[in-house]
Design a protein around this ligand. Structure first.
Ligand SMILES: [Zn+2]
Length: 512
């Protein structure tokens, strides 16, 4: 209720949007494929996304609930009052609404921490999707089963596209654009073009090239170099953009990329770089290769690039360790301070790994009887709470030490487990196959065969979940020859069955 009240106030203050009915209802159900659904006036929630109590949930769970309650509430305007003309436009409502809930969470909590969480998720999961067989544009050009396209690309990258427009036109310009969008299209079913056109018209800008973000798949790469001319006090950033090939798209046209940057003096001062003396400016990268020139720069500066992660790209610049330490100390951008720290830590760990000529084969003596007794006591205490039991299942199979395939199979026989319940399937089979990398990818191939057996079984009962749980096998090309071959073999075994449209689409695209 607190989350809902805060969402309602925020949407009134930030977007000028009021709720239009006398009552607002939420229902929580235990058996649900999705997280939640924005049915007008009666939002339907997976109980795991709305029920939490202080003694069993973490802060992260409460924040997740706050975000999802807000997300579904915000859909009343971005999704219900203005809706999608067809399913290809799914990101029209989802990208915009994820952006709205992300900004809401940033305002309710820490803006920098929220941005770090979102970007971590994007980099580790959406970038992987963009690099795999199911890579697709934010607005797909074709599909066999639309359920397969409730993806990180449509949701999270879609939100990044909306954020980039926000970065290009600024906060006030974005509000003008969203006002025009709601004014023009209230009560209509529209397209991504209509959204972008409202932003263009309200701000007098051309986003024609920008529309490629909706039609080209893959994660763009920016390679950045710089030079400094001391005599003329001129600093130059040179940016080259490219984008790897994705299924059905060999060649990509250059993207229109908002690149937020700052420059730091050797004393650690964030220099004025904007027209009005701002210390952050947004460079508009539009060409395959482009130079940006800064005049009157007294000494060679260090660039702080892609501040706030202003675009969903991979950026390469040859920072030394000293540079990274310097940015960690002096960069005014919180996200980049964190990112510099990550780069430095990764670099150091990789160095240490290379330096260690030995592999530690620890025996890790554990006390299985003690662990089992604790798990059993925990079960007896919390068996009445379905969401806690989901965590109880996944904690036992997510790690390599305890989570053998044998244990997964034993737990499938446990009364807590229910093969018809999507949350239980995700917590047990999903957790083992997605998180327990060592055991799932065991060279015996038993993990792969186990997942394939379950996909074949599950497809007859819940094709949507079966298609989603198939994800680990679809990445077979990224593994070594032996594992990749075993995974491919299991995909072919699945393909030999009579399949739902959902699973057929994912299997056939993975093998193509
Ligand atoms: Zn949504």
């Amino acid at each position: 209720m607190r989350s809902l009240k805060q969402s309602m106030r925020w949407d009134e203050e930030v977007y000028g949007r009021e709720y239009d009915l006398d009552i607002f209802m939420i229902v929580a159900v235990d058996d649900f494929n999705m997280g939640a659904m924005e049915n007008k006036g009666l939002n339907i929630f997976n109980s795991s996304c709305v029920l939490a109590r202080a003694d069993t949930a973490t802060d992260a769970t409460f924040q997740r609930i706050e975000a999802i309650v807000a997300h579904e509430y915000f859909h009343n305007w971005s999704g219900n009052r203005v809706t999608c003309r067809d399913w290809f436009q799914l990101s029209l409502k989802e990208g915009f609404t994820v952006f709205r809930d992300s900004e809401f969470s940033a305002d309710m909590n820490s803006r920098t921490v929220k941005r770090i969480e979102d970007v971590n998720h994007l980099r580790s999961a959406q970038f992987a999707e963009d690099a795999g067989p199911m890579a697709h544009p934010v607005r797909p050009s074709s599909f066999i089963e639309i359920s397969n396209f409730y993806t990180l690309t449509v949701y999270e990258k879609g939100a990044e596209i909306v954020r980039m427009i926000h970065n290009l036109v600024g906060k006030d310009g974005f509000r003008k654009g969203s006002d025009l969008y709601f004014e023009r299209h209230d009560g209509q079913a529209v397209t991504c073009e209509d959204f972008v056109r409202a932003m263009e018209d309200a701000n007098g800008i051309d986003l024609g090239q920008f529309m490629r973000w909706y039609t080209q798949a893959g994660t763009p790469v920016l390679d950045v170099t710089d030079s400094y001319d001391a005599d003329n006090k001129r600093y130059v950033l040179e940016i080259t953009q490219s984008c790897p090939a994705t299924p059905g798209q060999e060649e990509k046209e250059p993207f229109h990329i908002p690149l937020a940057i700052g420059l730091l003096s050797p004393e650690g001062i964030n220099l004025p770089v904007g027209e009005k003396g701002e210390t952050t400016t947004v460079l508009e990268v539009r060409e395959a290769n482009q130079q940006f020139v800064f005049e009157n720069v007294a000494e060679r500066p260090l660039p702080s690039l892609l501040r706030g992660f202003s675009a969903p790209v991979r950026l390469n610049y040859d920072y030394s360790r000293e540079d990274l330490l310097f940015l960690m100390r002096h960069d005014e951008d919180g996200f980049n301070r964190w990112d510099s720290c990550q780069r430095l830590a990764t670099d150091t760990i990789l160095d240490l790994m290379a330096a260690l000529a030995c592999v530690v084969n620890g025996a890790h003596p554990s006390a299985p009887e003690k662990a089992d007794a604790l798990l059993s006591a925990f079960h007896d205490q919390w068996k009445g709470d379905a969401n806690v039991m989901d965590m109880w299942l996944s904690v036992q199979v997510s790690g390599a030490r305890m989570g053998s395939l044998e244990r997964v199979k034993q737990l499938m026989e446990h009364p807590v487990f229910d093969y018809r319940n999507p949350n239980k399937l995700r917590s047990l089979i999903g957790a083992f196959c997605m998180r327990n990398l060592k055991r799932f990818h065991d060279l015996s191939g038993e993990g792969y065969a186990f997942l394939a057996d379950n996909i074949i079984r599950l497809d007859k009962q819940n094709p949507q979940i079966a298609a989603r749980m198939l994800t680990p096998l679809t990445r077979w090309r990224r593994y070594d020859e032996q594992r990749g071959g075993l995974m491919k073999g299991e995909l072919e075994r699945i393909q030999a069955n009579e399949l739902s449209k959902d699973v057929f689409e994912v299997v056939s695209k993975s093998l193509a």
